[in-house]
Design a binder for this molecule. Structure first.
Ligand code: K1U
Ligand code: ZN
Length: 171
């Protein structure tokens, strides 16, 4: 397995709308393994393909409690949100593409999502808690949206400015 470099704000790729995955083959399975390895190494609880520069509608996540011995990796291909609850929940989110910045975001507390798994089988899950938050955060990435988009314009612009400055300083 290989880890891949992460795309960091303000890279314009993060605003790209990803295209559906059309074929599940050995290359895609290897890519899913590499995404999981990259997520665990970061460390993170989720990762969308666009965060490693691949504009495909695919994400991985593992929201298992870190005290648990068992990993619970999920590979989610071409997800569709079928239902989002009116009830909301607030969670302090982070993003591997916006390192060391965290902010509270309010989202639907429960979502029902249809997706294809790595064996090509259609699945449906009803998620709440951290899984619901993480799924929505990752599905947003597939549509070019970031959790900072839910903050006030002032806060969002401040974060973008800070990351743009540090990107320029690295040139
Ligand atoms: O998509 C990403 O950038 C990954 C992101 C997912 C996420 C976190 C929190 C709420 C919603 C979605 C992360 O994994 S940030 C890192 C993080 O949350 C974490 C890191 C180590 C241990 C536990 C959590
Ligand atoms: Zn993110």
């Amino acid at each position: 397995m290989t880890t891949m470099p992460l795309i960091i704000l303000p890279d314009p790729l993060l605003r790209k709308v990803s295209e559906p995955v059309e074929r599940i083959d050995d290359d895609l399975k290897k890519f899913a393994d590499d995404m999981l390895e990259t997520m665990y190494e970061a460390p993170g609880i989720g990762l969308a393909a666009i965060q490693v520069g691949v504009p495909r509608r695919m994400l991985v996540l593992d929201v298992a409690n870190k005290d648990e011995d068992e990993k619970r990796p999920m590979v989610v291909i071409n997800p569709q949100v079928l239902h989002a609850s009116d009830e909301r929940s607030v969670y302090e989110e982070g993003c591997l593409s916006i390192p060391d910045f965290y902010a509270e975001v309010e989202r639907p507390a429960m979502v029902r999502v249809r997706y294809t798994d790595l064996s090509g089988k259609e699945q449906e899950i009803e998620a709440d808690g951290l899984l619901a938050t993480c799924l929505q955060h990752e599905i947003d990435h597939l549509d070019g949206a970031l959790f900072i988009d839910y903050l006030s314009r002032l806060k969002r612009d401040r974060v973008i400015k800070k990351f743009s400055k540090s990107a320029k300083a690295k040139l």
